[in-house]
Ligand binder design. Structure first.
Ligand code: ADP
Length: 326
């Protein structure tokens, strides 16, 4: 649905996007992550047709983004919505008028506008704020208005640029719940730029990690975190996998994607084998509402082959960690 091929972008002779190739599927909630200055927002602005680029091609549902750059009334504008960290509402207009704005620009009838605006304001839970001005709303409420406005034209894609970065954790979580439900009930594909890993774990199924204008990793969110991929260093700092002294040949990382497996496996291992082990490290987190994580177990090196045979027989997901480059 979104396809980016060989994209390059410069700002004043500085190459800020180097050679971006990426596919985002319909229905994904896709995270673009990276340290500040990595190029996330620039990439999002190129995909959404807000910024021009010289080299490469971007298509959304087959529509060439380049044809829409700088045009307000393009098909692409109609089929995509965008929300920002600073909400970008018009302060002199009411909530109702802010949400109605895109449909007014597209010259819909008053009745059509009224029906859709009320529907969307209900969807975002602000029925009692129809006539309020943005200055009388909290940050979370302002972002709800921005979300309603972004959905007026029934977009197939919603772009979110650090949409929760200025909100407190509880408000962030309620906005993320709203985005998740928009994705699942309306089928809207969502592309999220964020530097917050908790946001990615909470709503994204896939992610790409950017560093200095390049995509250095792309994949399922739980794979990237549970496998502790090296690329995560560029978003969470040096220590990705816990204590680095656990990355030796007498340690194995056992990955759990399902809580029930997790409860059973270690006790089964003790009961069914003579392998002695200690749990040297564990880390669990919630990914889109499901608890997933890993244990690093330390054992006597002479038992390594037996342990690996047992884990394979039980079809347990595990990684040897001795070659891990921490
Ligand atoms: P991120 O969103 O990952 O923080 P940005 O996409 O905002 O990164 O920026 C990527 C690089 O492009 C940075 O080095 C930034 O300074 C530069 N940049 C962004 N916008 C502009 C601009 N309008 N003019 C010049 N340089 C820019």
């Amino acid at each position: 649905m979104i396809e980016i091929v060989d994209l390059k972008k410069n700002y004043n002779d500085v190459n800020v996007l180097k050679n971006i190739n990426l596919k985002i599927d319909k229905g994904d909630i896709f995270g673009l992550v990276g340290l500040s200055g990595a190029g996330k927002s620039t990439l999002l602005r190129c995909i959404s047709g807000l910024d021009d680029f010289i080299v490469g091609k971007i298509t959304i549902n087959g529509i060439d983004v380049k044809d829409s750059i700088g045009k307000n009334n393009s098909e692409l504008r109609k089929k995509t919505g965008m929300i920002f960290q600073q909400f970008s509402l018009l302060n002199r207009l009411t909530v109702y008028e802010n949400v109605a704005l895109p449909m007014k620009c597209w010259k819909y009838s008053k009745d059509q506008i009224d029906k859709r605006v009320r529907e969307l304001i209900k969807l975002v839970g602000l029925e009692d704020k129809l006539e309020a001005k943005p200055r009388h709303l909290s940050g979370g409420q302002k972002q709800r208005v921005a979300i309603a406005r972004a959905l007026t034209m029934n977009p197939s894609v919603l772009f979110c640029d650090e949409a929760t970065s200025s909100l407190d954790p509880i408000t962030t979580s309620s906005i993320l719940d709203l985005l998740r439900s928009i994705n699942s009930t309306l089928g809207v594909t969502i592309v999220v730029v964020t530097h917050e890993m908790s946001v990615v774990k909470s709503i994204c199924n896939k992610m790409a990690i950017l560093n200095k204008g390049e995509i250095i990793d792309v994949g399922n969110v739980d794979d990237i975190f549970l496998q502790g991929r090296k690329s995560l260093r560029f978003v969470v700092g040096e220590q990705v996998n816990g204590a680095s002294n656990l990355y030796h040949s007498d340690c194995i990382k056992i990955i759990f994607r399902n809580k029930k497996e997790n409860e059973l496996l270690l006790s089964k291992l003790s009961k069914e084998t003579d392998i002695a082990y200690t749990v040297a490290w564990s880390s669990f987190d919630t990914y889109r509402g499901e608890v997933k994580g890993y244990y690093i177990i330390k054992f006597n090196i002479k038992d390594k082959n037996d342990l690996i045979t047992y884990l394979r027989k039980e079809q347990v997901e595990f990684m040897e960690v001795d070659d891990h480059d921490e």
